[in-house]
Design a protein around this ligand. Structure first.
Ligand code: OFO
Length: 164
């Protein structure tokens, strides 16, 4: 595997694990606020991020590269409101999209078509990830700080299943 791509993919592997950590911390914050539906939604999101990390890990291995696990940064512990949490999740997804785009640019520059092809799944996934998070942000903005609205959103997000 091209060394520049191996390095960049290992960095991104760490970013996906950090995403899992961040969302798990957000889930814990929801649990502490008794918003179990939102907590469940975030836990599933954290699991998805771990799966994303594993896709990178497996691809590095299949291509003959070396996986290098690095330290995962500590995520924040507390957020004030559900809107603040989902806004940060949305902003984070936009940052991940920018990282994926940079990987596509690098793989293209290095002529690694297999890597470009692998990354296309993530390009499509990021469109969904951003849309889901933004949709929730917009609804939470409509709800404002009305407890009934927050509880309704909590019930709605409780319906998420592992495949969404
Ligand atoms: Fe939330 O995204 Fe991974 O890639």
């Amino acid at each position: 595997m091209n060394k520049k791509i191996e390095q960049a993919f290992n960095d991104h592997l760490n970013a996906e694990f950090y995403s899992a950590y961040l969302y798990l911390s957000m889930a814990n914050c929801f649990t502490a606020k008794n918003l179990d539906g939102m907590a469940g939604w975030m836990r599933l999101q954290a699991e998805e991020e771990r799966e994303h990390a594993m896709k990178f890990l497996d691809f590095i291995g299949v291509r003959g590269g070396r996986v290098m696990l690095k330290q995962i940064d500590q995520p924040p512990l507390e957020w004030a409101t559900p809107l603040e949490i989902f806004q940060q999740a949305y902003d984070h997804e936009c940052e991940i999209s920018a990282k994926i785009n940079a990987l596509v640019d690098l793989a293209t520059k290095e002529g690694d078509h297999a890597a470009v092809n692998f990354l296309q799944w993530f390009v499509a996934e990021q469109v969904e990830e951003e849309a889901h998070a933004l949709g929730i942000v917009e609804k939470l903005k409509m709800v404002g700080d009305h407890p009934m609205g927050i509880l309704q959103m909590d019930g709605r997000l409780a319906q998420r299943t592992a495949s969404k």
